[in-house]
Design a binder for this molecule. Structure first.
Ligand SMILES: NC(=O)c1ccc[n+]([C@@H]2O[C@H](COP(=O)([O-])OP(=O)(O)OC[C@H]3O[C@@H](n4cnc5c(N)ncnc54)[C@H](O)[C@@H]3O)[C@@H](O)[C@H]2O)c1
Length: 358
């Protein structure tokens, strides 16, 4: 974990003051950095944010960007605003942690990527599922070769409807369930299976269930179940199962529901990774560490080390968006959507030669 001293000179600004801004504030506070949050930038300033006791509320981004003491921005605003805010912040030399999805459109995503490629600051897209300890253990198992070559990934994400954000239910603002919500799972499939080549998606209704199949260049297949209509009180569920040539590894997180404010915290007795091979079957307990805190800790350590955040790279965020948009197009057209090979940027392409381990 990063220590307060390592970032003693850096001040932080939250852009937005909704659900994710509060989540980021809590994560900075957990790292001992809550008092470093100097600004909350939002069009309609509201109640103080817990974890950010010294934050000054401002309505214009220019105030934040012109403050030389501010080094880091957490951008936690509705997705259509991401590109303008991220490009301005990177242009002002700031480090940017940008909530997922990177953007709604390929053009906006490309604008962000271009700004990042010439910026002095670091950009990381907050694909937080990469920082869930259970998912990390699944990856470590695959990386270790325990289950051989991965040939199938099934992922599942079930939630209540996020009714705290009015804009969310409007697909033109959020991208809908496939772009806003399932993007975490498409990112996981890409991470484990490589280059996606085609996408086919069917749904019962716009909030789910939606079933998406993704074919990969290697011949591997992915399947994602997305559903945002769980009954009130039902646990948030996030799951992944990887089948390899020599075995399988699976993880299911059952957590408090997002609408009750405790999403991410595992229900007792459910937090294990299960690995099965021909000669071994074992469960591994997963620590109930907050993934948002782990994500910010990693981001700050990348900044401190002057290295690219390869664990959550910009090309991988764009590729996840490509698959999510293809899934949405498939739902509409009821056809398989073929992805063009030029969409694929190998994950190592933006990796630094130096590395920050998780
Ligand atoms: N990683 C995750 O687990 C996760 C979960 C939920 C949402 N998200 C993402 O986080 C982002 C924000 O979602 P949310 O649920 O916090 O939404 P929200 O509606 O709760 O909060 C959005 C905030 O942004 C403010 N805002 C709007 N336009 C702005 C602008 N131009 N400048 C500054 N502030 C502005 C709003 O007033 C509000 O305070 C979205 O991109 C969403 O997809 C990520």
């Amino acid at each position: 974990m990063v220590t307060k001293g390592e970032h003693a000179m850096t001040r932080i600004a939250l852009v937005g003051q909704g659900y994710m801004a509060r989540t980021h504030a809590a994560a900075y506070a957990a790292l001992g950095l809550g008092e470093r949050i100097a600004y909350v930038c939002t069009p309609r300033p509201g109640a103080p944010i817990e974890g950010a006791p010294r934050a000054r509320f401002v309505t214009d981004l220019a105030t934040v960007l012109s403050d030389p003491d501010v080094g880091v921005l957490s951008v936690c605003t509705p997705t259509p605003t991401h590109a303008d805010i991220a490009v301005a912040a990177l242009g002002a030399g700031k480090h940017v942690l940008l909530e997922k999805p990177i953007a709604l459109t390929p053009d906006d995503a490309a604008r962000i990527a271009k700004a990042s490629s010439t910026a002095t600051g670091t950009l990381m897209v907050a694909q937080v599922v990469r920082f869930f300890p259970g998912y990390e253990q699944v990856h470590a198992t695959v990386e270790a070769g325990t289950i051989g070559t991965p040939v199938s990934v099934r992922a599942k994400r079930l939630s209540n409807r996020p009714d705290w954000a009015q804009w969310w239910a409007d697909e033109s603002q959020s991208g809908g369930v496939l772009v806003d919500f399932a993007i975490h799972d498409f990112d996981q499939l890409n991470l484990l299976l490589g280059q996606p080549v085609s996408v086919y998606s069917v749904r019962r209704d716009e909030f789910g269930p939606i079933e998406t199949s993704v074919r990969y260049a290697s011949g591997a297949v992915g399947q994602v179940l997305s559903h945002c209509s769980l009954p009130a009180g039902a646990p948030f569920t996030s799951a992944i199962e990887v089948l390899g040539t020599e075995g399988s590894v699976e993880y299911t997180l059952l957590a408090g529901s997002a609408t009750e404010g405790d999403a991410g915290s595992a229900l007792p007795g459910t937090n294990v990774v299960r690995t099965v091979t021909a000669d071994r079957r074992f469960d591994t307990d997963v620590p109930d560490d907050d993934p948002y805190t782990r994500q910010i800790d990693y981001f700050l350590r990348c900044i401190a080390g002057g290295v690219a955040p390869e664990r959550s790279s910009v090309p991988s965020a764009i590729l996840a968006l490509d698959v999510a948009r293809a899934a949405r197009e498939s739902v509409r057209s009821e056809q398989k959507v073929v992805l063009s090979p030029e969409d694929f940027v190998p994950p190592e392409s933006d990796a630094s030669t130096r590395r920050v381990d998780g």
